[in-house]
Ligand binder design. Structure first.
Ligand code: NDP
Length: 295
């Protein structure tokens, strides 16, 4: 299968690298062209000059962009995917996107005889580097089966979740839970510092008890206590994910006060810390409010 990979960001790059290492003939495109050239030099993949140039010979086109509107924006125009993709090819969107926009993209592609699945991923940059991502798929199961060998180059657990949009919806809820856990764990630890409990002691107990989460077990010990705060997943993207979950809840008339509040808090964090901050740096806001350091 010939593959095109569009979007060599923090997670797109290691995912595309896994595709190249699995020996699929690969063309890559990135909005900032120098990054595609760098990737080409590192892996031997072909650096394409436009989405259309990348997609022309591809059986599978993978997109990994910030959100679904950016994916939609690649469809149109002379350099766009609609004009270039072959009938019978598939667009696999690994963006953590919006279910409703994915359904619109799928519809537009269907008119051209091109298949679509939404296939957002979880597991972070380190999971991508190891080929150990979880891939949650919405769309036709037969299309998933056809492209599965490509997804297996970066995904370990590949789950069919439902119709187009189901992967996006599940990813948004997963990340909303991540956001709740980071925020609530940081609030709890801040108050424990004020009560004279060392954060390491607090985490030792919490992680052997019922309040534990990925935030308490991994993110806070590795990134906050050490003050390392590595930049692997932008806060702006998690804000976007929680916003998607809250918007879907509203559209589906599901009362979700916790999700709505979490969306508002992460919007505030995003506005305050800017575009390049990592999601875990949000803890700094809670530290600032409380006047303590969780270290
Ligand atoms: P980055 O911000 O690191 O990279 C974004 C990529 O999208 C870059 O290649 C950027 O190009 C490109 N891009 C941005 N806007 C446009 C546009 N309008 N048109 C075309 N290309 C555009 O994001 P990540 O790689 O971290 O994330 C990508 C997706 O994966 C997101 O949906 C994110 O939520 C999800 N995700 C990320 C994880 C992570 O740990 N990082 C984990 C799981 C999911 P350019 O180089 O020109 O800026």
């Amino acid at each position: 299968m010939h593959v095109a990979f569009l979007g060599l960001g923090a997670i797109g790059w290691p995912m595309a690298r896994r595709v190249a290492e699995a020996k699929f003939p690969l063309a890559v495109w990135n909005r900032t062209a120098s990054r595609a050239r760098e990737f080409s030099e590192a892996t031997g993949a072909r650096a394409a000059t436009s989405p259309a140039d990348a997609a022309r010979d591809a059986d599978v086109v993978i997109t990994c962009l910030p959100n679904s509107p950016e994916v939609m924006s690649l469809l149109d125009g002379g350099d766009g995917l609609l004009a270039a993709m072959r009938r019978g090819a598939a667009l696999v969107d690994c963006t953590s996107g919006e279910p409703a926009t994915s359904r619109r993209i799928a519809e537009r592609l269907r008119e051209r005889g091109v298949d679509f699945i939404d296939a957002p991923v979880s597991g972070g940059v380190s999971g991508a580097e190891k080929g150990a991502l979880t891939v949650m798929v919405g769309g036709d199961r037969a299309v998933l089966d056809r492209v599965r060998p490509v997804l297996e180059s970066f995904g370990q657990k590949i789950v069919h979740c439902g119709a187009v949009g189901a992967g996006d919806a599940l990813k948004a809820v997963n990340n909303a839970l991540l956001a709740v856990h980071i925020w609530s764990a940081a609030e709890g630890l801040a108050l424990l510092v004020k009560e004279g409990v060392a954060p390491a002691t607090a985490l030792d107990v919490i992680n052997a008890s019922s309040g534990r989460s990925n935030a308490s077990m991994n993110l806070i010990p590795e990134r906050v206590l050490t003050r390392a705060f590595p930049r692997t997943f932008r806060l702006a993207l998690l804000d976007k994910d929680v916003g998607i979950a809250a918007a879907v809840a509203s559209a589906d008339a599901v009362p979700a006060p916790m999700l709505q509040l979490t969306a508002a808090l992460w919007k505030l964090a995003h506005n305050s810390l800017g575009e390049v901050a990592d999601h875990v740096e949000t803890v700094k806001i809670i530290e600032q409010w409380a006047g303590v350091e969780i270290a």
